[in-house]
Design a protein around this ligand. Sequence first.
Ligand code: SAM
Length: 222
Amino acid sequence: MLVEASGVHLTVIDPCLDADLSAKYSNDKRITVHKGLSLEIVPRLSEKFDCILIDGDHNWYTVFNELRAIEERQLLTNGGTIFFHDVGWPYGRRDMYYQPETIPKEFRHPYAKKGIIYGRSELSSPEGKNSGFFNAEEEGGEKNGVLTAIEDFLIERGNEYLLLRFTAEHGLGVLVKKHGIKSRKTLAKWRWLCLVHNMNEAIRRRFPRVYRVVKGIAKRAN
Ligand SMILES: C[S@@+](CC[C@H](N)C(=O)[O-])C[C@H]1O[C@@H](n2cnc3c(N)ncnc32)[C@H](O)[C@@H]1O
């Protein structure tokens, strides 16, 4: 879908485990494919990006260090945005490893190729979601999951970013760099948007029935 947008240049980083993206896009000058792991490629990049989408290896070690590398290399333009997929269930608080051997042992949780069931920490076999992937055996705790990685990164850099989280589709995270927002009015609008949005989403997560009823009433009133 991104490729269909005109005037966009895309840089893709992917080890191409199930499709050779270099071959697929070899004739398209707007697409650069780096075949490899993000933590090998990102520290070698030097160009700036308006937008970065992190939707690769869904584990704490990878996402935390991707963010650190983006920051260290200053890869985001002023006012640029980082998007994340899977900040909600099941990988917000649980690691998944595409290639477990690429993650240092001390950062790898015990894992198994078993499915995940909503509301249960332990994995399940054979039912459950994503049973074909190496999933951390337990949910939650330290250094576990995509959202935990973003939060830990923000402990170091929290003042510099605003984070929005959307619940749908397993969670979309939006990280906006405040530094790039020049006018005070725009920054105040972003802050307000974040506050209202994150409160809204927190109610949706904690009290889904109340949320649905209130939404229904508001929809009918409109
Ligand atoms: C859930 S898919 C999403 C791909 C793409 N964003 C999309 O929506 O089609 C995750 C992708 O991350 C890639 N991947 C796995 N480990 C990676 C790593 N360490 N660095 C970069 N990409 C990785 C996989 O090969 C896979 O293509």
